[in-house]
Design a protein around this ligand. Structure first.
Ligand code: ATP
Ligand code: MG
Length: 268
């Protein structure tokens, strides 16, 4: 599968400047057909989710991380949004509350992981604790630096216990982000989406890229791989993530449970 080109090989170091933000790897039929493909993938994921739920023997966790405006929300809507809400949950990780801050950083995360037959999407995640925490100096380096190992072991435990994990970093260029923020400013209908804090975060772009790069290199594993998804084209980002998730789910060997013997059963 050509989208495997976006998988970060475990144990390698990552230089994000050499990973594309714009690509059409694996797709040569253009934007309009690409958008239609996203719809087909979303429908396929809905079918697979029903089978996943019926099978009941797996747990699936998809992690989404990205800079502001990269499209985590619209990916959730357009790729995962056709699934049955009864079997899917989205967990969004915002600034920790005082109570959360009074605990270790995984304390608030663990209760949200998927149970049997469940699919959970992390909209931001425990990775913020080696990203914003690092860039803004919210914890001393000797504290956050140990977290790469904790996180790998946490995910290893989830995997050993039956959770399939797939992680996506949506990679947009600084220029593309400028256009999207400007578009939000220029359109009153989009002002609600505009967060002045995003401008402050944008000023630290290079620090974020360094933090993301180290995170990707240190925490991409065989059991919980990172994919770096080119994000400047919205349709392609959704297509690539959709294809990868479909591939992961098709690879699980899902089966409907054996039906009872219904021969001769008649409803009166
Ligand atoms: P959107 O803007 O599309 O609603 P979002 O994910 O950007 O989605 P916000 O409420 O704007 O949501 O941002 C959440 C903020 O919480 C981010 O700035 C993020 O860095 C911050 N955050 C998340 N986890 C942590 C953490 N562990 N420590 C400190 N800040 C965190
Ligand atoms: Mg935001």
């Amino acid at each position: 599968m050509s989208f495997e080109a976006f998988r970060v090989t475990p144990g390698t170091s990552v230089d994000l400047a050499s990973w594309p933000t714009r690509s059409d790897v694996g797709w040569d039929r253009g934007k309009e057909e690409g958008k239609r493909r996203v719809e087909v993938l979303a429908a396929r994921l809905a079918e697979l989710q029903e089978l996943f739920y019926a099978d009941g023997g797996h747990r699936l966790l998809a992690v989404l991380q990205a800079m502001d405006t990269a499209g985590k929300d619209s990916t959730i809507r357009d790729v995962f949004g056709r699934m049955n809400p009864q079997g899917v949950r989205v967990a969004s990780f915002k600034k920790p509350t005082a109570r959360e801050l009074a605990h270790d950083y995984l304390w608030r995360v663990h209760p949200h992981v998927p149970g049997d037959g469940e699919i959970v999407i992390f909209n931001r995640s425990h990775y913020e604790d080696v990203l914003v925490v690092r860039v803004d100096g919210l914890a001393p380096e000797e504290r956050w630096r140990k977290r790469y190992d904790h996180i790998v072991e946490f995910e290893r435990m989830l995997s050993d216990e039956g959770t399939t994990i797939v992680k996506f970093f949506i990679h947009i260029s600084r220029e593309e982000q400028a256009e999207r923020l400007q578009a939000r400013l220029d359109d009153p209908g989009k002002h609600w989406k505009f967060d002045p804090g995003d401008i402050e975060t944008r000023k630290k772009w290079d620090d974020y890229m360094a933090a993301y790069a180290e995170m990707l290199g240190r925490t991409s594993t065989e059991f919980a791989p990172w994919y770096v998804i080119p994000g400047d084209r919205k349709w392609y980002r959704k297509l690539a993530i959709g294809e990868i998730v479909v591939g992961v789910m098709e690879g699980l060997g899902l089966e409907y449970p054996e039906a009872p013997d219904l021969d001769g059963v008649v409803i009166e």
